[in-house]
Design a protein around this ligand. Structure first.
Ligand code: NAD
Length: 490
């Protein structure tokens, strides 16, 4: 694997344009979240670098689009082979760069990155188009689909290679070429992936990766006239800016945004399974997954029992050094983010809520070398009013709030009473109740008696402020292609 090290031992990344590594004159510092120290320099790309990448993608487009889906699928499968062959290196790098546990990177992030490529390599072979007859007019109608052109892909820091490949795979499987901009805070595995793409024989210019900040590199991509579509995953605040800036160009947008996901737990739930899963859904990856549970509504009859058992289970969710196999959580992404997450706990306290465990209650035991890392223990809060910012805003950290409810109607009102609508979970043994709740919840995805089980064939995405559009098998194919209706009179 390519590794470019300065005398000072910083890892120095380069852009990947037209199949070649291209140095950038200026860099941004990137931190190891588990120590708080700079260890990597990420290109601070701007308009010039984005222009070069778009030009390379435009040049590569006609030949790539002309290949059969099967030929493109073979390339995607070779990319997946490379990821699998380098799984351990990639997992180590992802953990160091993002702060997540090595176990999570090894079992979730990197295997899923390979699977994204395999899934779209396969699914692209099976799409069919629409056809309709109008015999009374002697007409036959059918649809054609073709790739759109150069796709702009912008991804966040929480699941770096996982979400980058979730965009690259469907885009190129459908015949587009891409310019991708990963988060400036987690660029390392994307850069390692560039070398793997060379080894997989991805034709030059089909995938270009430009590193840098959102305000420079990201913005340059959003306003580039030759990029007709943008697939964005990140915060609702950034989506608003992207929507405004891309509007003059009428770009096609897919927006996968934040969440404030409720778990609704009825008295008849299997509490053992529910508590084990809800601890995982609240705290996995330090709570830095858009689908994490951050509001838990429990039917009053089991509220006290649930709270006591849930707090005991949360205390066992150990926060520690990311490489330690005993750690359930590692470090949060940055100092600023840690401070933001802590400020929500402080706000809850100032509003009279009770912090049962974690922040300010259970001290962390960390080695000396990790004293400057961005660690925070799994935190459970109760007594937060529904109108509080703590209940309304996305915290995106290891913090979850527990509240009681009485009956289905109140559960729905509380669960739906936020501006977000990404995911929800319902815990009950009553099948009819589960179906009623699933129909009433304002969320793009509803899980019952489980969490984070995903069939990539089905739509993924949020309603309300959690997003616009859906991703997944057919939905991604539709986003990354233009459809044309043809009518023939015979
Ligand atoms: P963010 O919005 O700050 O950044 C996301 C990406 O956008 C980064 O690459 C960033 O550099 C870029 N960006 C920032 N400003 C930009 C601009 N003006 N123009 C173009 N690009 C710009 O989000 P984040 O903090 O990296 O990620 C966390 C957020 O992502 C959370 O809100 C989380 O819920 C959300 N998320 C959503 C999903 C989903 O599928 N719905 C998945 C993961 C994360």
């Amino acid at each position: 694997m390519q590794s470019s090290m300065e005398a000072s031992t910083f890892l120095v990344l380069e852009n990947f344009i037209g199949g070649k590594f291209t140095p950038c004159p200026s860099h941004i510092d990137s931190y190891d979240p588990s120590t708080g120290k700079v260890y990597c320099k990420v290109p601070d790309s701007g308009e010039r670098e984005v222009e070069a990448a778009v030009a390379a993608a435009k040049e590569a487009f006609p030949a790539w689009a002309a290949l059969s889906p099967d030929q493109r699928a073979q390339v995607l499968n070779k990319m997946a082979d490379q990821i699998e062959a380098h799984l351990e290196e990639l997992a180590q790098a992802e953990s160091k760069d993002q702060g997540k546990t090595l176990t999570f990177a090894r079992t979730v992030d990197i295997p899923r990155a390979a699977y994204n490529l395999r899934f779209f390599a396969s699914s692209v072979l099976h799409h069919t188009n629409d056809c309709s007859q109008m015999d009374h007019m002697g007409c036959l109608n059918y649809t054609l689909r073709c790739p759109v052109g150069v796709a702009g892909l912008i991804s966040p820091w929480n699941l770096p290679l996982y979400l980058l490949t979730w965009k690259i795979a469907p885009a190129i499987a459908a015949g587009n070429t891409v310019v991708a901009k990963p988060s400036e805070m987690t660029s390392v595995t994307a850069w390692m992936f560039c070398k793997l793409m060379q080894q997989a024989g991805v034709p030059p210019g089909v995938v270009n990766i430009v590193f840098g900040t959102g305000s420079r590199a990201g913005n340059a991509l959003v306003v580039q006239p030759d990029v007709p579509l943008i697939s964005f995953t990140g915060s609702t605040a950034t989506a608003r800016i992207i929507t405004e800036r891309s509007a003059p160009y009428c770009k096609k947008l897919s927006l996968e945004l934040g969440g404030k996901n409720p778990a609704v737990i009825f008295a008849d739930a299997d509490l053992d399974r529910c508590i084990e899963t809800t601890v995982r859904s609240s705290f996995s990856n330090q709570g830095e997954i858009c689908l994490c549970t951050s509001r838990i509504f429990v039917e009053r009859g089991v509220y006290a029992t649930f709270l006591e058992r849930f707090v005991a289970a949360a205390r066992k969710w150990k926060t520690g050094v990311p490489s330690d196999p005993g750690s359930s959580n590692g470090a949060l992404i940055s100092k600023e983010h840690l401070e933001k997450v802590r400020s929500f706990v402080a706000l809850a306290k100032s509003e009279g809520a009770t912090v049962h465990c974690g922040e300010g209650v259970d001290p962390l035991q960390l080695p000396e070398r990790n004293a400057g890392g961005y660690f925070m223990a799994a935190t459970v809060i109760s007594g937060v009013p529904q109108g509080s910012r703590v209940m309304q805003e996305e915290i995106f950290g290891p913090v979850t709030c527990v509240s009681p409810f009485d009956g289905e109607d109140q559960a729905l009102a509380l669960a739906n009473g936020v501006r977000y609508g990404l995911a929800a979970t319902v815990w009950s043994r009553d099948v009819a109740k589960v179906h009623r709740m699933a129909a009433g919840l304002q969320a793009g995805m509803v899980w019952s008696n489980c969490w984070l089980v995903r069939d990539l064939k089905l739509p993924f995405g949020g309603m309300k402020s959690s997003g616009v559009g859906r991703e997944g098998g057919k939905d991604s194919y539709h986003f990354f292609t233009e459809v044309k209706t043809v009518t023939i009179q015979y």
